[in-house]
Design a protein around this ligand. Structure first.
Ligand SMILES: Nc1ncnc2c1ncn2[C@@H]1O[C@H](COP(=O)(O)OP(=O)(O)O)[C@@H](O)[C@H]1O
Ligand SMILES: [Mg+2]
Length: 305
């Protein structure tokens, strides 16, 4: 049975007179235990899509269901890791995670809650930093805390919105491997949003490209049939990896991924015709004007947006 289902979801922003359609008729199914990556351009509508799953936004039309239940708002069944570190700056690593755990599992004993927090800190290799505040952590460490906090909530699905986008390449690579390992071990269902096709191939079971907006659409799903655990060094020379990357990139750069949107604009073009000597010379304001049929032309031209 499909687990997460988006059917014919559309979403626009802005006042009625200047409405921009961000997502058009997007449908997507994620099975339980599956790791799906959406790969797309910046500003295409990836966060908008994820926010409709997290419940922070409602679609204009279409529906989003998890386990057959319509998503109408945020809930602890969905653990979200945001693009920007979203930790409380005055709390330590352990306190940031404990805040979520204490709220969600009030019936557990204090020692069980503390153990649960420590287990998740260890899972992301941060035991040595459990009592540090976010300002004392690197960007990569902060995102590890966010992942630990999301998992400690024991969600049914993990929603990752470009969690590694702000990190340097080496930290990013380490975290890709770590998050892949954790997700594999926990068997979690994951929806990852990324702008990096390689990240998608390295981490996901299935990749779905999202076209450039406005009116972004999802492309054909591409199954990543590479064995796990995946070794990034070996993958660099793997012909299957290269072929997957080329499939994703060619869809994103092709006509499906970059729809040829055109806009009509009225331009006033100068009249550069020579004088028409057959016409009588008009008198304008007591002076003879050039013998032209009109001083300006209005034309509607199609411009790529
Ligand atoms: N709340 C909002 N109000 C108006 N426009 C928005 C809002 N949220 C997003 N947008 C616009 O929707 C488009 C997609 O945004 P977003 O989903 O954040 O893109 P991505 O995450 O792919 O970079 C952008 O053009 C953005 O400006
Ligand atoms: Mg975004």
């Amino acid at each position: 049975m499909p687990f997460l289902v988006l059917s014919n979801v559309s979403k626009s922003f802005g006042p009625p007179e200047a409405r921009t359609e961000v997502l058009r008729d997007v449908s997507l199914t994620v099975e339980k235990g599956e790791f799906v990556a959406i790969v797309g351009y910046s500003g295409a509508g990836k966060t908008t899509l994820l926010n409709m799953v997290s419940g922070l936004l409602r679609p204009d039309s279409g529906s989003v269901t998890l386990n057959d239940l319509e998503i109408t708002g945020p809930g602890p069944d969905r653990g979200v890791v945001f693009q920007n570190y979203s930790l409380l700056p005055w709390m330590t690593v352990a306190e940031n995670i404990a805040l979520a755990v204490d709220q969600l599992f009030p019936n557990w004993s204090a020692s069980k809650r503390a153990q649960h927090v420590d287990h998740h800190i260890a899972m992301v290799n941060l035991s040595h930093a459990r009592d540090r505040r976010p300002s004392e952590l690197s960007g990569g460490m902060r995102q590890r805390v966010s992942v630990a906090r999301a998992l400690a909530m024991e969600p049914q699905i993990l929603l990752l919105d470009e969690p590694l986008g702000a990190l340097d390449a080496l930290t990013r690579a380490t975290l890709q491997d770590e998050i892949s390992r954790i997700c594999l071990e926990s068997g979690k269902t994951v929806l990852l949003i990324t702008n990096d096709p390689d990240e998608g191939i390295l981490m996901a079971d299935r990749i779905i490209p999202l076209s450039a907006g406005p009116g972004a659409i999802l492309g054909p799903a591409i199954a990543v049939d590479l064995a796990r655990p995946r070794d990034r060094k070996a993958l660099n020379h793997d012909p299957r990896f290269k072929s997957l990357r080329s499939q994703i990139v060619s869809w994103l750069l092709g006509p499906g991924g970059r729809p040829a949107v055109s806009v009509s604009r009225k331009l006033v073009l100068p009249d550069i015709e020579p004088e028409d000597l057959d016409q009588p010379r008009p008198m304008i304001g007591g002076r003879r004007a050039p013998r032209r049929r009109s001083e300006e032309r209005r034309e509607t031209v199609e411009l790529p947006s």
